[in-house]
Design a protein. Structure first.
Length: 250
């Protein structure tokens, strides 16, 4: 076999290898993007939108979140602490009827505090806390983002930002902030969406089960099981809290 033929064969083999490697890399990237899309659900689409339609940039963003927060271990809540959080959220809902803006600010503060108690970054690091929540609660994290925006609009409208984080508001600006007003209906919807994340965070998970069983053991035996299991639902879904005809602007 001549030297020229050998060189041609080597070049052809090299081209085949390079092509195969390129296809493998592209397949892995496509698989990674599909995996992120499945894992993050609607949060994937929001990330793409925030990156002006650049899916690759969005995927790098989401992959970075997973790398930073994927191994986070959630802390269990003591039954007494869970009751306090439930009571505070129920009180915020009651307050919404007469003072929607103040109720939204309190709900934002409560979510930040609860997330911190569950082992997520503290609420004073809003961006980090939001990223961590997006990894573990991707389908409901937007409720926190939305109520955080609404809370800052409401706080600006009332002239105070007491107890609320200003971090992250530059990248998550609510449309119409210049008007410094958010309609009561928008606040109601933000509160409803945030409530779903609150329920996720306050509901016992696997780490809580042992404690939860011990707590149930102290419940009087004649207490109906339905009563025990639906306390949270009864508190959080009270219809009076979000009757759009009775809520007043503030």
């Amino acid at each position: 076999m001549s030297t020229g033929v050998i060189i041609v064969l080597i070049v052809v083999a090299a081209v085949i290898v390079v092509s195969a490697v390129a296809r493998l890399v592209m397949a892995r990237r496509a698989s990674g993007g599909a995996s992120l899309k499945r894992s993050f659900g609607p949060e994937y689409d929001r990330a793409v939108a925030r990156h002006d339609g650049d899916a690759k940039a969005a995927e790098r963003d989401l992959a970075d979140r997973v790398q930073r927060h994927g191994s986070l271990r959630r802390h269990p809540l003591e039954p007494a602490a869970r009751e306090r959080y439930e009571a505070r959220w129920a009180a915020a809902q009651e307050r919404f009827v007469d003072s929607p803006r103040e109720a939204v600010v309190e709900a934002d503060r409560l979510l930040a505090e609860l997330a911190g108690a569950r082992g997520f970054p503290d609420g004073d690091r809003y961006d980090e806390q939001l990223d961590a929540l997006s990894v573990h609660h991707p389908h409901h994290v937007h409720g926190y983002r939305r109520i955080h925006r609404a809370a800052h609009v409401s706080a600006a409208h009332s002239g105070t930002l007491t107890g609320t984080s200003t971090t992250g508001t530059s990248t998550d600006t609510l449309t119409g902030v210049g008007e410094s007003r958010a309609g009561t209906e928008e606040l109601r919807e933000a509160m409803l969406e945030a409530r779903v994340l609150f329920e996720d965070l306050v509901t016992p998970g696997r780490d809580d089960m042992a404690r939860h069983r011990a707590d149930d053991a102290t419940t009087p035996p004649d207490t109906p099981a339905a009563t025990r299991s639906h306390r949270l639902g009864n508190r959080l879904h009270a219809p009076w809290a979000f009757n759009r005809h009775h809520a007043k602007g503030s």
